[in-house]
Design a protein around this ligand. Structure first.
Ligand code: SF4
Ligand code: SF4
Length: 502
């Protein structure tokens, strides 16, 4: 057993309100520099939709992640020798139009225009050329259904969803959506690291954060193509690749990443997971049906004396083991079995986790009106028994979080519904009936666990949401530098100003 520690984030999708505060917090902190205008290390997508960069899940086009070839796991992009032979040829890269041409507005025209009969306007201008432009795309172009017929139908996660359901999704009465916040997944088996010909990307030993060493990066951009989540970006001004750094300088001073700290819906949780590094190669090789279980099997029980002994033998300090025991991520992922990695079929073993969202059941439509013939307290019961009638099809959620395996998604949604029904009974009716207790039992929950899930979901304090390990980086050289003085330098593995071509 090779025990290591990983700092992970969990997203409770049932709580995300799509306010984009997280994205703005991240952008202000890390990507407000020249060459990074189009980069959103954190973005929030409306689903169903095509996301950002548009259609990023289309791996036939973008060639991200891993695939099994015989008994080998190889990059979908290319094998290593082929990668070196094709160093100057990488057709799988997204283009600027797949992201969007970054723009601003000529605000000074509002103040400096000469007096006239017309109201002055601030014309949009390209942030790359400075020339006036027509805005035809943006990072949230399909936000809250903008152009939904076009975008939602092109969502690759519809694969295998019943044609009839698909045909109805565009109808206004059936319309449903949820938000999907995304950052780099700081994967256990990162394809970006494997694809880099310069060895510039690495996974930090102490906490699993995946970083680009800007001194080593030569701008080959193999990482951009190989990351199936499209979370490595190319800085056109410095000629280097950049990506989410999980706000490691914040974490090293005991603060949660900016996106998590600023989250208005309080949907984000941070915590340590212990994992067995020896199990990774086998876990990434299993067939699609078993990908989720083999992935979760790599995560270890931090209370198990054998795990603790192996962790200590491997040099992990007490504080990290304690943080793993108190980790809200561990509770949601392993103890309660409520959270899943995004697109496990990419086989990168993503270490950020998602609790899938609940959606209403399809109601009957009569004379153009939506009619739900049930009293509110019956709606959840109805949904519990007819989850396949949820407006967001189970197959769609399974394609996002379970490599298409509906049987993995269903019990999670049932557990969440059981907790909701219990709390409704307690707060509205003041008592819990036997039907509700049976319901809890059927999803293998007891009252105490259901209460704990409810508390951590709805009422957690800041300290319960963010259980960060005790870093000792204050002793490291980086801590001697004033972070503000080095802000323009991005600070990813370097304290020198990156220069194009170096
Ligand atoms: S999500 Fe992050 S760690 Fe995973 S492959 Fe992409 S850039 Fe690498
Ligand atoms: S800040 Fe939180 S609630 Fe708002 S969009 Fe981001 S993840 Fe969702």
């Amino acid at each position: 057993m090779n025990v290591r520690a990983h700092v992970s984030m969990l997203f409770h999708l049932d709580k995300c309100i799509g306010c984009h505060t997280c994205s703005v917090a991240c952008k202000n902190l890390w990507t407000d520099r020249k060459g990074t205008e189009y980069m959103w290390w954190n973005n929030v997508e409306t689903r169903p939709g095509t996301g950002y960069p548009t259609g990023w899940e289309d791996q036939e086009r973008f060639q991200g992640g891993w695939e099994r070839r015989g008994n080998q796991l190889e990059l979908k992009l290319h094998s290593r020798p082929k990668g070196l032979a094709n160093l100057f040829f990488n057709p799988a890269l997204p283009e600027l139009d797949d992201y969007y041409e970054p723009f601003t507005f000529r605000y000074q025209d509002l103040f400096n225009s000469p007096e006239g009969n017309d109201q002055p306007v601030a014309r949009p201008v390209s942030m790359i050329t400075g020339e006036p432009m027509n805005i035809e795309a943006g990072p949230n172009w399909d936000d809250d259904l903008g152009g939904s017929n076009l975008y939602a139908q092109n969502d690759p996660s519809w694969d295998g969803v019943d044609e009839g359901i698909l045909a109805q999704m565009g109808e206004i009465e059936r319309v449903v959506f949820n938000y999907l916040p995304r950052i780099c997944n700081h994967c256990l088996n990162p394809s970006c690291v494997a694809a880099c010909p310069s060895g510039a990307i690495y996974k930090r030993a102490e906490d699993g954060v995946v970083l680009v060493n800007e001194n080593k990066c030569k701008g080959w951009r193999m990482c951009v193509a190989a990351c199936p989540y499209k979370k490595v970006f190319y800085n056109w001004a410095t000629g280097k690749s950049e990506k989410c750094i999980l706000c490691f300088p914040r974490m090293e001073t005991g603060q949660a990443p900016a996106c998590a700290h600023s989250c208005v819906g309080r949907i984000r949780y941070m915590g340590v997971l212990l994992y067995d590094a020896d199990k990774i190669p086998a876990a990434a090789m299993v067939d699609d049906e078993h990908l989720v279980s083999s992935h979760l099997d790599v995560i270890l029980d931090p209370f198990d004396p054998e795990v603790i002994a192996a962790a200590k033998a491997g040099g992990l300090d007490e504080g990290w083991i304690k943080a793993a025991q108190e980790s809200p991520v561990y509770k949601f992922v392993k103890v309660w079995g409520l959270a899943l990695p995004l697109h496990p079929e990419y086989r990168t073993m993503a270490m950020m986790y998602y609790i899938p969202p609940l959606s209403p059941i399809v109601s009957t439509i009569e004379r153009g009106l939506v009619r739900l013939e049930l009293p509110p307290e019956k709606v959840d019961f109805e949904l519990f028994n007819h989850l396949e009638k949820a407006r967001l099809p189970l197959k769609y959620l399974a394609n996002l979080f379970a490599a298409g395996n509906v049987e993995v998604i269903k019990p999670i949604l049932q557990k969440m519904l059981a907790v909701r029904i219990l709390k409704r009974k307690q707060s509205v009716e003041g008592a819990v009936d036997t039907a509700t207790l049976k319901l809890l039992e059927s999803v293998r929950l007891d009252l105490e666990t259901a209460e704990a899930i409810y508390r951590l979901t709805t009422l957690p304090t800041l300290e319960q949401r963010f259980v960060l390990p005790p870093y000792h980086r204050e002793m490291a050289t980086e801590a001697w530098n004033d972070p503000l003085a080095h802000k323009g330098e991005v600070g990813v593995g370097t304290i020198e100003l990156p220069v194009r071509g170096n």
